[in-house]
Design a protein around this ligand. Structure first.
Ligand code: EPZ
Length: 422
């Protein structure tokens, strides 16, 4: 199992490239199931989650060629098998995104329930409620969701709360439903808006993607597409927080400034200088870090996927920083590991109170989920001495070669093969 070893307390200087957005690529790969033709995705990041989704599409009867940054999805020779097995779904809960396309395209889908994960229960009740509104018969048996509908019919769907993959699942299902659907209380993330662009390229009529109300006119069939994926705002935000923590002056090239407004506002308040430069963001932190208070919220609020990374930056702030997590019930798994590095963090329910300390000290720490592991890497960049972040397979799900990108701007960081614990 790989680990990442960092010798910290070095500022960062240079340029870091940002890749394509993982959370846009995943639903768009699933959207290929809505059409029989050959689709091409460009600017796809080289991530474990992309490989997992490719394996799932192959299982579902598609030919998939992953040639990063391109992925081609074609019709396969063998007939489609609209089933997503537990072995694949348990590796990546976003596999639930095949449910809508399968039942819309094949009239039947059997998808393993994703189960919870480290950061929370993460039910899919809104996905199922929406599919029922479109006329699907849903039953849950032996850990699988079975959805059937000879033909989905357009309808009004109102989500109880904004759900990113719930919105995306129902957009894809509605794109092949008969007639018009109105989705209300939708997630407004840029990745949802991007999926809307792709469904329009495929021949559906999607209006309002990126707002809380989306109107979709379905088609009898949809065309394949050629699409370049938007940049990953969370990868970019992670690098901005890394500069904020370690100090220095870095161009985060390709960072989508407009999608990062809520993050930029908080990092500026914390003492960073952030300006548009070319296609990216120039990030500087030369003075002290000021404590800021943040409450995560659905887009356009401060993204939950940046909470752990900001917390790592706040460990050495002047004063205090209060971070409140409102999206997931257990997204503080990074706290005990940061405390082992010398951070002063007290958690009460869904609030973490970070009191700045003058220094962190390197330690051997354990990653538990994707963004928590990014948070530990950031802390390692700042800590005195050596930090080893273990179980970096979590990191590889969402960050392409993060150690190389950071080494290129002066971090003393390398990937090492960890001896299995004796
Ligand atoms: C997406 O997960 C992202 N994943 C997550 O990113 C991100 O943290 C999350 O949105 C919130 O922004 C992908 O896009 C692949 P939700 P998703 O449905 O769609 C509750 C990462 O780090 N809910 O928006 O699973 C749910 O429990 C990952 O890249 C229901 O109750 O999240 C949560 O409290 C981690 N019932 C809230 O809604 C449902 O049917 C938001 O979840 C659906 C959701």
């Amino acid at each position: 199992m790989d680990a990442i070893r960092i010798r910290g307390a070095r500022p960062l200087y240079g340029t870091i490239p940002v890749g394509g957005a993982k959370n846009a690529a995943l639903p768009i790969l699933c959207a290929t199931l809505l059409s029989d033709g050959d689709s091409l995705l460009r600017n796809v990041p080289g991530l474990r989650d992309i490989d997992t989704t490719a394996a799932l599409l192959r299982f579902l009867g598609r030919e998939v060629r992953v040639d990063i940054p391109e992925v081609r999805v074609a019709r396969a020779t063998q007939p489609a098998r609209p089933e997503a097995p537990y072995e694949l779904v348990r590796q990546m809960r976003a596999s639930v995104l095949v449910l809508g396309p399968l039942v819309a395209r094949y009239g039947k889908a059997k998808v393993s329930l994703p189960g919870g994960c480290a950061i929370g229960a993460r039910p899919v009740d809104q996905h199922l409620k929406g599919l029922e509104a479109l006329g699907a018969k849903i039953r849950v048996e032996h850990g699988y969701v079975v959805a059937e509908a000879p033909r989905l019919r357009g309808n009004e769907i109102s989500f109880d709360m904004p759900t990113v993959t719930g919105t995306e699942n129902l957009m894809m299902a509605a794109a092949l439903a008969k007639g018009r659907s109105t989705l209300v209380n939708c997630a407004r993330e840029p990745e949802v808006e991007e999926l809307g662009r792709v469904l329009n390229k495929m021949g559906a009529t999607v209006e309002g993607a990126g707002t809380d109300t989306i109107i979709i006119t379905g088609r009898d069939e949809l065309a394949p597409f050629d699409h370049a994926i938007i940049a990953d705002r969370i990868e970019a935000g992670t690098f901005l927080a890394a500069v904020g923590a370690a100090g220095g002056d870095v161009l985060v090239d390709g960072a989508p400034y407009d999608d990062l407004e809520p993050v930029i506002a908080k990092l500026r308040k914390a003492g960073m200088e952030l300006e548009r430069e070319g296609e990216g963001i120039r990030a500087r932190r030369l003075g002290p870090i000021r404590g800021v208070n943040v409450t995560t919220a659905p887009h356009p609020g401060f993204p939950t996927d940046m909470q752990a990374q900001l917390m790592a930056m706040m460990c050495r702030c002047e004063g205090q920083s209060v971070l409140t997590e409102t999206i997931f019930e257990n997204r503080f798994m990074h706290v005990p590991e940061l405390v082992r590095m010398g951070a002063d963090i007290e958690t009460r329910n869904n609030t973490a109170i970070v009191t700045g300390v003058p220094r962190l000290s390197g330690a051997s720490v354990m990653a538990t989920d994707l963004r928590a592991s990014a948070s530990l890497v950031i802390a390692g960049l700042v800590a005195e001495g050596e930090t080893t972040v273990r179980r970096v397979y979590h990191l590889d799900r969402g960050y392409e070669r993060i150690e190389r990108k950071l080494a290129a701007v002066g971090a003393d960081i390398e990937r090492v093969r960890e001896e299995p614990a004796s």
